[in-house]
Write a protein that binds this ligand. Structure first.
Ligand SMILES: *Cc1c(COP(=O)(O)O)cnc(C)c1O
Length: 396
């Protein structure tokens, strides 16, 4: 058919630009490791920061809920898909984030779509960090609001945009990640809030990578930076440090109630299975009773950052477990990633449009599951891969 031919031609063009994407089949997982192509590799690409995805207590809680409620919720939350577990999880998430209420979505991607399209629309203005996640960008576009970006982490430029444009619009929102997913740096929430306050804008923080990682007990970026929950709308995901799947928003009761009536990504989709809610609930409990996981994650993140700062590429800034190795061109990112793979380390290359043009990188992330020896092994492999790919001058 003509569309198959068209797809083939388009795919060839994507490959020519070194942007073809393929999934690697993972055969097994163990703490800090994955098996691919019959080999166990050190896993430097997981967002399961606390190792909760393999925790026996989460598995048990999910299995119990599975036995009781079955594999599917059967309908959307508003129709008949809300179980006591969904409600308990939302209450626990609200408490965890210090907010009045919370709402569960099937994924973090959908949470962003649902929240932003419900809060902003034609006649409104949304201003976002230039490096915001694709789900935030999609949400801003889909909302129908006017959409502007400010330079990465630049609260002063944000303020300037608000000063110039605010008057023309009804409602205005500032949208940022908490911990940036591909860079590992943290949004300057104090400066952002100050600008937002000055121009009567609301702030939405997507804390996919800060939840379970930063702040007291892993409460997230807002807590870490001393921002009160009532001042921002916090989006998060259960899919990363919390070891499961599903997105959520934590906000005031009126905002959450409005979302139930307005967020299409909540209304028009089947509820996550109760087993997903049970795993999420158990993750929050484990976070409380096993604080040593968070402590280990932080130790590893600190050690890994310290280690990488000795290599001749962009010194890792930011905090937390995400440390990008920026190499510039897509081809170089893929070469470095392939060399790491050969050396027994799994860390994929990240290319446009996930990151801006010319800023391709190998994204590394450490978890609580890594032992100090793992990090030494990873560092040795990275140094060797660098030698092998033979290029040391690196774009910052
Ligand atoms: C992963 C991620 C999401 C999406 O979350 P999922 O639960 O995986 O859909 C949203 N925002 C950011 C910043 C992310 O890194």
């Amino acid at each position: 058919m003509w569309f198959d031919e068209a797809a083939r031609a388009e795919l060839e063009e994507i490959a020519r630009l070194d942007l073809r994407r393929v999934c690697r089949r993972v055969e097994a997982v163990a703490p800090g490791r994955i098996r691919v192509d019959g080999r166990w590799l050190l896993h430097l690409a997981s967002n399961d920061y606390l190792g909760l995805a393999q925790h026996p207590r989460l598995k048990e809680a999910a299995a119990e809920a599975l036995a009781r409620f079955g594999t599917g919720a059967g309908s959307a939350r508003l129709i008949g898909g809300t179980s006591s577990l969904h409600e308990a999880l939302e209450e626990a998430l609200a408490r965890f984030k210090g907010a009045e209420a919370a709402l569960l979505f099937s994924t973090g991607y959908q949470a962003n779509l649902g929240v932003i399209t419900a809060l902003a629309g034609p006649g409104d203005l949304v201003v976002g960090d230039r490096l915001n996640h694709a789900s935030l960008i999609d949400a801003c576009r889909l909302s129908g609001a006017a959409f502007r970006v400010y330079p990465h982490l630049d609260a002063a430029r944000l303020r300037e945009i608000l000063r110039v444009r605010r008057g023309k619009y009804r409602r205005t929102w500032v949208v940022t990640e908490g911990v940036f997913s591909m860079d590992g740096d943290v949004a300057p929430l104090a400066g952002i809030l100050e600008a937002a306050r000055a121009f009567e804008a609301g702030v939405v923080v997507d804390d996919a990578h800060g939840t379970g990682v930063l702040g007291a007990g892993g409460r997230g970026t807002a807590d870490h930076l001393g921002v009160r929950a009532g001042e921002v709308i916090q989006v998060g995901t259960l899919s990363k440090a919390l070891g499961g799947v599903g997105g959520f928003v934590a906000a005031s009761r009126p905002v959450v109630e409005l979302l139930k009536s307005k967020a299409r990504a909540f209304i028009y989709t089947t509820a996550p299975p109760a087993a997903v809610a049970a795993a999420g609930l158990e993750a929050l409990r484990v976070l409380e009773v096993e604080p040593e996981r968070l402590a280990r994650l932080r130790q590893n993140a600190l050690a890994w950052r310290g280690r990488l700062s000795g290599l001749p590429f962009a010194a890792p800034f930011g905090e937390g477990p995400i440390v990008p190795v920026r190499v510039g061109e897509s081809r170089r990112a893929m070469e470095l990633s392939d060399a790491l793979f050969e050396a027994g380390v799994y860390a994929p290359g990240i290319r446009p449009p996930t990151v801006p043009e010319g800023e391709a990188r190998v994204r590394t992330s450490v978890t609580a599951s890594h032992a100090p020896a793992d990090l030494e092994e990873a560092f040795a492999a990275l140094s060797a891969a660098f030698e092998k790919t033979g290029r040391n001058e690196i774009a910052v």
